[in-house]
Design a protein around this ligand. Structure first.
Ligand SMILES: [Fe+2]
Ligand SMILES: [Fe+2]
Length: 557
């Protein structure tokens, strides 16, 4: 089995009939991290690029196909899809929440006028030639379908506008069971994210996630859906979790095709792996002021984030208006406006030299380590963090002096919060402290978001359990200090071992270790990991002894 698929999402087709000039249009563009006018040209170019690629005949589109549900946009976009089909590509589409609206906006000079939109009820039939017509199973009332692809691969196109629950969830389960029985690999696509690209996104975009995402990703995993393609966030990233039963689940989120970096994913599904590659739209017939398309789109993204940060320090109303560009709800901004404004006012002027001095103890850096960056503005670093969140680029490393200072500063915030007995975890709920909430923005995730190979796992049914050794490092050794540099292989000493995911970037390991010395310091295990498997060492690891048992496994103390 080796099937190649092309994946794009959030095409947000913007019809020129919506207006491409005037004050009202400029205002809308001001808070848009994606293209409005010009989106059509980028899509034409992207579709040509896809049509020319003879390695893949199947194109998947994971929702938000139009700017905001305009009827004109749907009609024009459908024509483009038909043209792509006529060039030999099979196109499968789901729609999402930006694809239906009763009354849509149209920009005419200084004014915002109305133009007709399509209703949600009209969408399924409107796009039925792109999947539903050839479905082997179909659930029109939930706008979802299953298609048989070549090489024993089945596509599950799951519209999640209203969540996936009740009889709809039962239907998805039935379909998954049928696919498993027939030896089919399932590729699912839905619109809303199931694994957030970062805890910070989870905080600000919680309402935009797949409904009940924490339970649903495990449900999907235990149905045998191992690969889920998503959109919506306009971020490019890949996440993985295991269900409690041990089934794997990958969520592959693709960035918006009309925003930086205009990504087109290529998937190759093989027996044991899914190879993922990313190319970007090379050029488009739009005015980029002499820049490459990529640089032009990046400039727009960075410009919007920069303006937003400036507004956060000076004008909360403007910040609330612009924040919607990156899914921040105005309500949230007004709630915390009293603290946002002074903090950002100060952030807009502060330089790295100031932070470097404050974080001297935390970073252990000497003056010579940060001399070169002392006049660099902190705000530019923050912009790069947000930009990287969208683009999925990993151009920062934890050795980078700016990163070290940033993480050092987060540690200071956490110790202040601890001193004043403020439990940030209880307030934000998505991370236990400021470091866990914000440090991932500067750290590389488990996967390269652009090009990587995902290992596929065998399905574990309800009554089976996976051999734990799959998750155990091949060997873990410890030093026994009293006897000098004697090393002990602790693998034979491990009686039970289980791994679970506490959240998307925290792994929790529960182990029962049989040893002669009950006062053994459990942190030696972390030390052993650091020494022998540095590639597996997490950014932060801690080890606690929970209970001590006697030889009969009764609690000793
Ligand atoms: Fe979108
Ligand atoms: Fe969306």
């Amino acid at each position: 089995m080796s099937l190649k698929l092309t994946v794009i999402t959030d095409t947000h087709y913007y019809s020129p009939q919506t207006g491409t000039s005037g004050k009202a249009y400029e205002n809308a563009l001001m808070r848009s991290q994606k293209l409005l006018g010009g989106a059509r040209e980028v899509l034409i170019s992207a579709f040509n690029q896809i049509a020319e690629d003879k390695t893949s005949d199947i194109v998947l589109i994971a929702g938000d196909v139009t700017n905001d549900g305009e009827e004109a946009a749907h009609i024009e976009f459908r024509e483009m899809l038909r043209e792509l089909q006529s060039k030999g590509k099979k196109v499968y589409v789901i729609t999402a929440t930006h694809d239906y609206k009763e009354k849509c906006k149209k920009y005419v000079g200084d004014e915002i006028k109305e133009m007709p939109g399509l209703s949600r009820g009209e969408l399924f039939d409107f796009y039925r030639e792109f999947g539903a017509d050839e479905a082997i199973a179909c659930k029109p009332e939930y706008m979802s379908f299953v298609v048989q692809l070549p090489d024993n691969v089945r596509l599950f196109a799951i519209n999640d506008d209203m969540g996936v629950e009740g009889e709809f969830l039962d239907w998805v389960k039935e379909q998954a069971e049928d696919a498993r029985k027939n030896g089919q690999f399932i590729v699912a696509m839905t619109h809303h994210p199931i694994i957030p690209p970062s805890p910070m996104y989870e905080l600000i975009g919680k309402g935009d996630m797949h409904r009940n995402y924490k339970d649903m990703r495990k449900e999907y995993a235990d149905m045998g859906i191992q690969l889920m393609l998503t959109g919506h966030t306009h971020t490019h990233n890949i996440g993985k979790i295991f269900s409690d039963r041990g089934n794997a689940f990958y969520a592959v989120s693709t960035g918006a095709l009309v925003g930086y970096p205009a990504p087109i994913r290529k998937l190759t599904i093989c027996k044991d792996t899914v190879k993922i590659e990313t190319e970007t739209v090379k050029s488009a017939d739009i005015d980029t002021n002499g820049l490459s398309l990529e640089a032009h789109l990046k400039k727009q993204l960075i410009g919007v984030i920069g303006d937003m940060i400036k507004a956060a320090g000076s004008d909360i109303d403007k910040f609330a208006y612009m924040g919607q560009a990156i899914s921040i709800k105005p309500k949230l901004i007004y709630k915390f406006g009293w603290i946002i404004k002074p903090v950002f006012k100060w952030l807009n002027s502060v330089k790295f030299g100031t932070f470097a001095k404050w974080t001297k103890k935390e970073t252990g850096m000497k003056k010579s380590d940060w001399q070169n960056i002392k006049n660099d503005k902190v705000v530019d670093f923050i912009i790069s963090l947000v930009s990287n969140l969208f683009s999925g680029e990993n151009n920062l490393t934890t050795d980078d002096p700016k990163c070290r200072i940033y993480i050092g500063f987060l540690k200071i915030i956490d110790s202040i919060l601890q001193t004043v007995h403020v439990n940030l975890g209880k307030i934000v709920k998505v991370a236990p402290d400021a470091t866990s909430l914000l440090a991932p923005l500067a750290c590389q995730g488990e996967f390269d978001a652009y090009n990587t190979e995902l290992k596929l796992f065998d399905y574990i049914s309800e009554n089976e359990s996976r051999e734990i050794t799959e998750h155990v490092p091949e060997y873990v050794k410890m030093k026994k200090s009293k006897k000098g540099p004697v090393e002990q292989d602790i693998i034979p000493m491990i009686k039970h071992f289980s791994v679970s995911l506490a959240d998307h970037n925290t792994i929790s390991v529960l182990a029962m270790i049989c040893c002669q010395n009950p006062s053994m310091n459990p942190m030696q295990i972390v030390g052993a990991l650091e020494n022998y498997l540095p590639q597996c060492m997490p950014d932060h690891a801690t080890c606690h002894r929970l209970e001590i048992y006697d030889a009969e496994e009764n609690i000793f103390r």
